[in-house]
Write a protein that binds this ligand. Structure first.
Ligand code: SF4
Ligand code: SF4
Length: 59
């Protein structure tokens, strides 16, 4: 399983991904969005991001 990768140039730090994560594995920092090891790779954050800045599955 892979954790989501955040495109920090596209991310506008809206917090939508953080709010939708069912296991609270995402954290909004001043300049980044961090994902910890609680992530289950469910993909919800990828779906909810309004600017498509979240990608799972290693592209
Ligand atoms: S939902 Fe997308 S734009 Fe919003 S904080 Fe998360 S990665 Fe950034
Ligand atoms: S893939 Fe799912 S569990 Fe992992 S950070 Fe995104 S919403 Fe949370």
């Amino acid at each position: 399983m892979s954790k989501p990768c955040i495109d920090l140039d596209a991310c506008m730090r809206c917090g939508a991904c953080v709010g939708t994560c069912p296991v609270n594995a995402m954290f909004l920092k001043e300049y980044t969005v961090e994902v910890n090891d609680d992530c289950t790779s469910c993909g919800l954050c990828e779906k909810v991001c309004p600017v498509g800045a979240v990608s799972l599955g290693g592209e």
